[in-house]
Write a protein that binds this ligand. Structure first.
Ligand code: SF4
Length: 399
């Protein structure tokens, strides 16, 4: 169904979305480039029926039906000077769900739909992560919903309890009395605890576990190679993914490589440390702690909230179980933090908002869409980061 004709579905929208408007030709990393934007069977049927000439722009690839891309520019063939040609000529109802809704993500919760958005879009990073107060829910009109809206309420819970569990994690992410590292460790610990009990009691258990999580977090088990392995893990995921032109991610990787004084070998997907690498890491982490960490703490808390929101954590997202999901999130948190730290170190000052947006968005676009979650878990298992004590060390929980 293209439109919510029966109006049964109440739409709840993250507050930060109320200020969202696609930047179009002003976007620094348009979503019309480098991705196979999917079309549902219903959209293809609509093209066959009402605009058969549009079928020339449809091919197969990452999904059965995707928009064709220009092989030389990697842009969607309908991209025209910063804007969508399908939208301009035919109207929004001819856009497939991926094109119509991106960066919005909508999930069914009983009779309700919850709409939030992905930080793979730079404008969402500005609205949700750089600004405060975006994670309240606002009621909205559902003029269109995705063709298939999966209901995420598990059998053991009702919609209200599912939402209560999720909200409890969002509130934990935004706790200003805790460091983002502690928050991340709490989330990982509580995710593991929830898995050991009957899901029917999650709504009561989640706030209790979150309140008492600190006592259950083991002392971090530090390994000196962790920051280098973290960059190597990112390198491995990039190397295993489809090759596209990603100048913003390249800039992020370049700063990480330079700040750690290492060389990345992209042929062999190996990292070469130098005799200065460890000292470079130690000096950089000291500077981060003294000069930059406090300023970035609200940003990293909102980064966690944005990731939990888009995954309706702990009910969806990458990973088979809540514990796996929290582990993947934890390693990504460490990656974003290392990238921010490296950019500050290379600039010799706190980076500006545009650079912060570039780092967060370029990593999200890659890690949330193109990196293989199975390979991620394989790497994180080999490095030991699936264990709470090792993950705590990686993300920088103080002992
Ligand atoms: S990434 Fe965001 S701002 Fe940029 S073109 Fe896509 S939706 Fe618009």
């Amino acid at each position: 169904m293209y439109f919510a004709e029966n109006a049964m579905t109440a739409l709840h929208m993250s507050a930060f979305l109320s200020g969202f408007q696609c930047l179009g030709d002003r976007c620094e990393d348009t979503c019309c480039k480098g991705w196979g934007m999917q079309l549902s069977a219903q959209t293809v049927e609509r093209y066959k029926r009402d605009a058969p000439e549009l079928l020339d722009a449809v091919t197969t690839g990452e999904a059965q039906h995707i928009m064709k891309r220009d092989p030389t520019t990697d842009y969607c063939v309908k991209f025209d000077a910063g804007w969508c040609g399908v939208h301009a000529t035919y109207g929004t109802e001819f856009l497939g769900d991926a094109c119509h809704f991106f960066p919005r993500v909508t999930r069914g919760l009983g009779d309700d739909a919850m709409m939030t958005a992905s930080i793979s879009c730079p404008e969402i990073v500005r609205l949700a992560v750089l600004k405060d107060g975006g994670f309240e829910w606002q009621e909205s009109e559902a003029t269109r919903l995705p063709d298939s809206l999966k209901n995420y309420v598990p059998d053991a819970l009702d919609a209200q309890k599912t939402q209560a569990v999720h909200q409890c994690f969002i509130a934990a992410a935004l706790d200003e009395t805790a460091s983002p590292e502690t928050i991340m460790a709490r989330i990982r610990s509580v995710a593991a605890s929830l898995q050991t009990i009957d899901m029917a009691s999650w709504a009561q258990a989640a706030p209790f576990y979150l309140k008492n999580a600190d006592a259950r977090i083991p002392a971090p088990e530090v390994q000196l190679a962790d920051p280098f392995n973290l960059l190597n893990a990112l390198q491995g995921l990039v190397g295993a993914s489809k090759k596209t032109n990603r100048p913003r991610l390249d800039a992020t990787l370049f700063d990480m490589q330079s700040a750690l004084k290492v060389q990345l070998d992209w042929e062999r997907l190996t990292i070469h440390t130098s005799e200065d690498s460890l000292a470079a890491w130690q000096e950089m982490s000291k500077r981060w702690q003294h000069e930059w960490a406090a300023g970035f703490a609200p940003i990293l808390r909102r980064w966690i909230a944005a990731q939990l929101s888009v995954a309706l954590f702990p009910f969806a997202g990458f990973g088979e179980t809540p514990e796996d999901r929290a582990t993947i999130l934890g390693v990504r948190f460490a990656t974003v933090k290392l990238a921010l730290m490296s950019a500050c170190q290379m600039s010799n000052e706190r980076i500006d908002d545009d650079t912060t947006v570039r780092i967060i968005q370029s990593l999200a676009r890659f890690l949330d869409h193109l990196a293989d979650p199975e390979l991620s878990m394989k790497i994180y298992t080999e490095t030991g980061w699936v264990r709470q004590a090792r993950l705590s060390a990686l993300i920088g929980v103080s002992s």
